[in-house]
Design a protein around this ligand. Structure first.
Ligand code: ZN
Length: 253
C-alpha cells in the first residue's frame, strides 16, 4: 500500500512507545499563513520605518502598544481566516489513534487546536490567549479580535490596563515550565517527528538533538534541508504526501 520509505516510518511509529511531534513555519505556510521569519515573509517588511523585530518587541509595546496593534490588525488578527490543512488534520488523527504523546509547535496560529489536537504545546505562545499587562486578567482571542480590527488598543475591562497577546515577543524569554516539559518529552521519546521546520533556531534544534542523543529516532518532513538530515532515520520532502499517507495508514489500521 505504501512505498518502502513510508513503511519504514510506520514500523518506527508502531515500535515507538513514546512519539513526539515538532512543527514549524512550513506547516503554517501550507495553510497559506505568511512565514513569520523567511526573507519574503512578514518579518522582512518594514512598517512605519520599523522592522518587524522592533514592532514585536517588548520595549516598543510597553512604550506604544498602538504601533504593535495597528500592524498586527492586518497580520496576526487575520489568523481566523485560515483553515487547518491536511497536515494539521493528520496530526490530530495521530493523537486520536493514541500514537502521539505531545505536539510541540513554533506556530502561534491556533490551527493545531482547531484541527482537533489536544496535547498542543505552543513554544512561542499563541494568539488564542491574551492577558492584561497590569492585573494579569486573561482574555480569549475572540474577545479581543473586534477591538483590534476596529483600530483600537484592547484595554482590560477590570483595570483599564493594556492587553497583550500571549505570544513571545522579541526580547522575551520562552516559558520555562513549557521548555522543561518539552525537554523531558523529547529526551524520553523513542521517536521525534519534525515537520515544516528547518531545525535551525533554538530551542527546536536542541529538542531533536535531545531525542537522538538519547538513542531515539528522528523523522524529518521538510522541503529544505536541515542540519539534522544525516541524523534522520527517514526523511520526507513533501508535507502533503506524507500527511496523505499518514491519514491513509491511520484509517486502515
Ligand atoms: Zn487589568
Amino acid at each position: 500500500m505504501f512505498d518502502k520509505k513510508f513503511n519504514e516510518f510506520i514500523s518506527l511509529l508502531e515500535r515507538s512507545r513514546s512519539t513526539v511531534v515538532l512543527t514549524g513555519a512550513g506547516v503554517s505556510t501550507f495553510s497559506g499563513i505568511p512565514d513569520f521569519r523567511s526573507s519574503d515573509g512578514i518579518y522582512s517588511k518594514q512598517y512605519k520605518h520599523l522592522s518587524v523585530e522592533e514592532i514585536i518587541s517588548l520595549p516598543l509595546f510597553e512604550r506604544d502598544p498602538e504601533i504593535f496593534y495597528s500592524w498586527a490588525k492586518d497580520e496576526w488578527y487575520n489568523l481566523a481566516d485560515f483553515e487547518p490543512s491536511i497536515v494539521h488534520i493528520a496530526l490530530a488523527k495521530l493523537e486520536e489513534a493514541g500514537k502521539l504523546d505531545g505536539l510541540y509547535t513554533q506556530n502561534i496560529d491556533m490551527l493545531h487546536t482547531r484541527a482537533g489536537s489536544r496535547k498542543v504545546y505552543e513554544l512561542h505562545g499563541s494568539a488564542a490567549h491574551h492577558h492584561c499587562t497590569s492585573c494579569r486578567a486573561s482574555y480569549p482571542f475572540d474577545e479581543i479580535y473586534a477591538t483590534v480590527k476596529s483600530g483600537s488598543v484592547p484595554k482590560c475591562t477590570k483595570c483599564g490596563g493594556v492587553i497583550k497577546p500571549d505570544i513571545i515577543f522579541y526580547g522575551e524569554n520562552l516559558d520555562n515550565s513549557l521548555l522543561t516539559r518539552a525537554y523531558n518529552a523529547f529526551s524520553k521519546a523513542d521517536l521525534a517527528i519534525a515537520l515544516g521546520t528547518s531545525l535551525i533556531v533554538q530551542p527546536v534544534a536542541s529538542l531533536v538533538y535531545t531525542t537522538i542523543s538519547r538513542g531515539g529516532e528522528l523523522v524529518i518532513v521538510n522541503r529544505q534541508s536541515t542540519p539534522y538530515d544525516r541524523n534522520a532515520t527517514v526523511r520526507f520532502d513533501d508535507l502533503k504526501e506524507f500527511s496523505e499517507a499518514l491519514l491513509a495508514y491511520l484509517k486502515a489500521r
